[in-house]
Design a protein around this ligand. Structure first.
Ligand SMILES: *Cc1c(COP(=O)(O)O)cnc(C)c1O
Length: 394
């Protein structure tokens, strides 16, 4: 019999009733150190007092009004995002997938309005842009698209990080390039600053718009507000979600005035997107994370965590191969199935997330403390020991 919850997930037998900072707590009081953050969502930890206060205050005042009215909380969120980034304008969504849909529409509409329609969007293998029919067509992976065809046309996937292939494929018919500066689901695979610069240059040469998907790597995760800032480039359109709501469903498409020029009244919309409750929380999250002192702490803790993970790799050469990523978006390339390591983590009361390319993801709340990083390493070490063949353990 089909479960009453549609069985599209293989769920672990864990169930949490409370969250506190970097910790998730089961009914019987068992505490798990959360290095997954709901997949980079709980950027400010669980039950963050500032966010609880903001949400509660707004909940007592006004939850929802239609976008046919002005929404001051949405305006505040958009102003904070445009103040802190390349963007001139913002559309607020409820998820990352919705940002993919709008990014694609916006890019195509830009060329349509210019009178020289361009449809093809270049993407990369291993990408993840969401689960809508458009977003799976963009990513193109067999696992995600199988059985859901016919797919939305107009996407071409290039080998990951093969910038030469991109330079060969891009032309004056290319509508846009859509790419994650650091692939998340694909296995914490970063593009180098030089690669990002070359992609930007290829777009500039052909006019193609650059769409950066910073749904997972953005919102302070790498130690800058957005990951592309490290490379000193800017996109034309950027997708943001996950961390921006701190746990409240929220996303945003940020764009330059030029890229957004086709999106006039009536061309896009959302019933819930931009509602006062979500935007009040989002504006608070942006205020906290955009603070340079907060971002410097993320960078410092990311370096500390990474250094300790390098030690873990060295101690367990049969389990791990390498560390990669930036800031607090870290990946452990595994020699065992990452799902086994996730499971061993459950037994050691530490939560991690598997990704493609044999990678274990470490995406803790950005508010994790130095002591919690130490504790994380003790628990990851215990999990690795449990996986080691008896002959290899020391
Ligand atoms: C999670 C994710 C998405 C999709 O976001 P949803 O909120 O799950 O729809 C898109 N792009 C990237 C890079 C993601 O990590």
């Amino acid at each position: 019999m089909i479960p009453t919850v549609l069985p599209t997930y293989n769920r672990a037998p864990l169930s949490f009733v409370k969250g506190e900072g970097s910790w998730l707590i089961e009914k019987d009081g068992t505490r798990y150190l959360d290095l997954g953050s709901g997949i980079a969502v709980n950027a400010l930890g669980h039950a963050n007092p500032a966010l609880v206060a903001t949400l509660t205050e707004q909940a007592g005042r006004l939850w929802h009004v239609s976008n046919v009215y002005e929404i001051p909380e949405q305006q505040r969120l958009a102003d904070r995002l445009t103040d802190a980034t390349f963007a001139d304008t913002v559309f607020v969504t409820n998820s990352g997938t919705e940002t993919a849909e709008l990014a694609i529409k916006m890019a195509r509409k830009y060329w349509y309005e210019k009178g020289t329609p361009r449809a093809e969007i270049l993407t990369f293998e291993g990408a993840f842009h969401g689960r809508s029919t458009g977003a799976i067509a963009a990513a193109g992976s067999e696992k995600m698209v199988k059985g859901f065809g016919p797919l939305m046309p107009g996407f071409r996937q290039l080998p990951w990080a093969d910038i030469g292939a991109l330079e060969a494929a891009i032309s004056e018919d290319t509508c846009a390039v859509m790419v994650e500066p650091i692939q998340g689901e694909g296995g914490i695979r970063p593009l180098s600053d030089a690669d990002l610069k070359r992609i930007r240059a290829a777009c500039d040469r052909t006019g193609a718009l650059l769409i950066l998907d910073e749904v997972q790597c953005g919102m302070g995760r790498t130690g800058r507000l957005f990951a592309h800032e490290w490379a000193g480039i800017a996109p034309d359109i950027m997708m943001v979600a996950k961390g921006i709501g701190g746990g409240f469903p929220l996303g945003a498409v940020l764009a330059s005035e030029k890229a957004a020029s086709g999106m006039v009244a009536g061309t896009h919309g959302s019933t819930y997107g931009g509602n006062p409750l979500a935007c009040a929380v989002g504006a608070k999250v942006v205020e906290i994370i955009a603070d340079p002192a907060f971002l410097a702490e993320v960078a410092r803790k990311g370096a500390l965590f990474r250094q300790k993970l390098e030690g873990l790799v060295a101690t367990h050469p049969a389990i791990f191969e390498a560390v990669r990523g930036q800031g607090l978006m870290l990946g452990l390339k595994c020699k065992v199935a990452p799902a086994d390591m996730v499971k061993a983590g459950y037994a050691a009361h530490v939560l991690t997330v598997a990704a493609a390319d044999d990678t274990l993801r470490i995406l803790p709340p950005l508010t994790i403390t130095d002591d919690e990083i130490e504790e994380a390493l003790r628990r990851l070490d215990a999990a690795a020991v449990a996986l080691e063949p008896a002959s290899l353990s020391v």
